[in-house]
Design a protein around this ligand. Sequence first.
Ligand code: 5GP
Length: 114
Amino acid sequence: MDDTIFDKIIRKEIPAKIAYEDNKFIAINDVNPQAPLHLLIIPKENIPTLNDASDSHKQLLGEMLLLAKNLAKHFGVDEKGYRLVLNVNDDGGQTVFHLHLHLLGGREFGWPPG
Ligand code: 5GP
């Protein structure tokens, strides 16, 4: 299993601004934010990409979405709205190969994305 920057953050070997943590997830502020609120919701289990998820991850993936919803409410962007992004592999723009969900809020996002 490849060790990524997120594995090092999970192990507290590299600092990050932690917005939330429990035994299954850590949510950190993105170092290069694309919106006033830009969190990365990271399962602690190292699943490299969504392509590597299986039926055994159903509960974890559901919990990740519910955590995103709860964090959006906690940070006050739920009413106006927010965007969730999950990049997969190179064409999807994935740069860190440890599954993570971007939670972006605090500004308006266009559609289709640029
Ligand atoms: P991806 O492109 O893989 O979907 O998203 C990776 C994200 O991780 C990028 O938005 C990038 O800014 C962020 N990132 C990369 N390295 C670090 C780091 O060391 N700390 C934090 N907090 N974010 C990082």
